[in-house]
Every structure is written in structure tokens, then in C-alpha cells.
Ligand binder design. Structure first.
Ligand SMILES: [Zn+2]
Length: 293
């Protein structure tokens, strides 16, 4: 009796806490939305896909603590808590989480999660990684073979603050602290390290979330253009991203119209999107003032 009791107690505890045993929940069921050309018109195409959590990575792009644009920084702060809840749910089901706060990974030097990325065994990529230098890291520029020009004019940097525009700079120092870094997560902003981490785990499916969709979520060396070019299956969480778009620039409308246009661009030219609800079972995230989808 005494010897079996602890085992029994553990079994009862696990039974009472199903969230701890959710690796048995099976695959993620993702409602993927993309856009294809049908009879000369761009049309939305929706499919349902099952992705095995243990073969899926979620990459958190540039969810920094600060931003040169106060409106952009406020929206990241608004999204960080819900994103953390999404990551907790996905992690509990077995997904691998990579935190990619570009140019600030030095803040995490010496942590096991940063070392995990650094120490992953080098595996050659099937095609060379993009190398064009910008902002201290490689950048995968817009690729005319795969996409049209962006549907929003972000040539002014995209500050959408009312009145005086914010001065551009790079005030970020780390990832937003509301996003927890799990014991088994990794931290990197490097394309090769990302590739090595995925290879080590046999991961061929990559989910992107974070900011900003017209810039880093497409162009960073761990982001959509590079991952697609390396042959990964990629998807975007469309309610957990944002753009740098000032609606005083073409095509106008609201900042959130710009977000929707950019999501459509990605769905047309790069990868499908889905809502965080597919991972959390809760309503999708929505910025204050944004319309419901
Ligand atoms: Zn601003």
C-alpha cells in the first residue's frame, strides 16, 4: 500500500490536470487560408491541415521591449500577453518555440536557451542563406520572382502616430518580458542557427508570429521568405502580427486595413495564414480599435 500510493497519487494528479498531459491531444488542426488565381481573379482558398506538434516550430519575430514608434510599441505590448498564452498552449502540446528578438540576443548570452541555438550541430542548408547586410543581420529582400510590390507604401517607416511622427532609431534591448521563455525553448536571430535547431529536431513545419509583417516577418533570416526558400512548410498566425503602416500613405484607409492587405499579400505570394484560435481554442486576438475579422 505504502509503495503504490505515490504512483496512484501521481496518476490521479495527472488525471486532474489534463493540460499537463496534453501531448496526447494529437495534431494541431489548422484552418489555413491562402489566395490563388482562379479564372484570372485572386480568390481565397481555405484548407484544413493537421500538423504534428513535435514536428512544428513557432518562431516569435522581433517582439521587442521598445520600438522607435510609440504606436507600434503600444500594440506589441497589447499583443505580448495573448501571444504568451498562445505559446504556452502550443508548447504544452509539444511545439518547439524559437524566440527571435533580432539584434538583441546578446541580452540572453549565457542562458541555456541561447546556448541551445549556438551549440546546435551545424547542418548545411540546401541553398545559400540570404546574406545582404542590414541592421546588423542578414536580410531576405523582396523577391520579384515570388511576389509583387507590397500593397502598402511603408517608405516613410510606417509611424501611424497622430500628429508629429516618431523619430526612427533602434531603442530595443530585449524581447518583451511578458513573453515567457520556456526551459526547452531556443533564442536566436540567426538563419543558420535556426536551420540547425530545426534539423536537430527533424522539424519541417514553421509557424511565424510577431512583427512587423511588411518588414521583419518576411525579411529576417529566420522568417517567411528564407524559411520558404529553404523548403519548409510555413504558416503565419494572422491575428498575432502587425505592420508598420501609416495610413496617410497609399493606399489609405486605416492602419488595420494595412495589416489586412499585408496578410493578403503573404497569403497570395508566400504562405497560408491561420488564427491563434486554432492553437488556443479561444477567440482570436484583436487590437483595441481593430475590426473583427
Ligand atoms: Zn509613431
Amino acid at each position: 500500500m505504502h509503495r503504490t500510493f505515490p504512483r496512484l497519487a501521481a496518476a490521479l494528479l495527472l488525471a486532474a490536470l489534463p493540460s499537463l498531459a496534453s501531448a496526447d491531444d494529437g495534431p494541431f488542426t489548422l484552418n489555413l487560408r491562402s489566395r490563388g488565381v482562379v479564372d484570372g481573379r485572386v480568390e481565397v482558398v481555405e484548407t484544413v491541415a493537421e500538423w504534428e506538434p513535435s514536428k512544428t516550430a513557432i518562431i516569435v519575430c522581433d517582439m521587442w521591449d521598445k520600438h522607435w514608434c510609440k504606436s507600434a510599441e503600444r500594440r506589441v505590448g497589447e499583443m505580448a500577453g495573448p501571444m504568451n498564452e498562445m505559446l504556452k498552449a502550443a508548447r504544452a502540446r509539444g511545439a518547439f518555440i524559437i524566440h527571435a528578438p533580432s539584434t538583441t540576443t546578446g541580452f540572453y548570452d549565457g542562458t541555456p536557451q541561447r546556448d541551445r541555438a549556438r551549440n546546435a550541430r551545424h547542418v548545411p542548408t540546401p541553398v545559400p542563406l540570404a546574406t545582404s547586410p542590414r541592421w546588423g543581420t542578414a536580410w531576405f529582400w523582396i523577391d520579384a520572382r515570388h511576389e509583387s510590390v507590397l500593397p502598402i507604401d511603408d517608405s516613410d517607416g510606417g509611424c501611424d502616430c497622430a500628429g508629429e511622427k516618431c523619430e526612427q532609431g533602434d531603442p530595443w534591448t530585449r524581447q518583451n518580458a511578458a513573453i515567457e521563455i520556456g526551459e526547452a525553448d531556443a533564442i536566436t536571430d540567426d538563419g543558420q542557427e535556426t536551420w540547425n535547431l530545426l534539423a536537430e529536431r527533424g522539424i519541417d513545419r514553421v509557424i511565424l508570429c510577431g512583427v512587423h509583417l511588411n518588414m521583419c516577418v518576411l525579411g529576417r533570416p529566420f522568417a517567411i521568405r528564407q524559411m520558404k526558400t529553404l523548403g519548409k512548410q510555413v504558416a503565419l498566425i494572422r491575428d498575432m502580427t502587425d505592420t508598420m503602416y501609416n495610413p496617410e500613405r497609399p493606399p489609405g484607409g486605416t492602419h488595420f486595413d494595412g495589416n489586412a492587405l499585408m496578410v493578403g499579400h503573404v497569403e497570395r505570394h508566400w504562405c497560408p495564414s491561420f488564427l491563434s484560435a486554432d492553437l488556443t481554442g479561444k477567440p482570436p486576438f484583436r487590437f483595441a480599435g481593430a475590426p473583427a475579422e
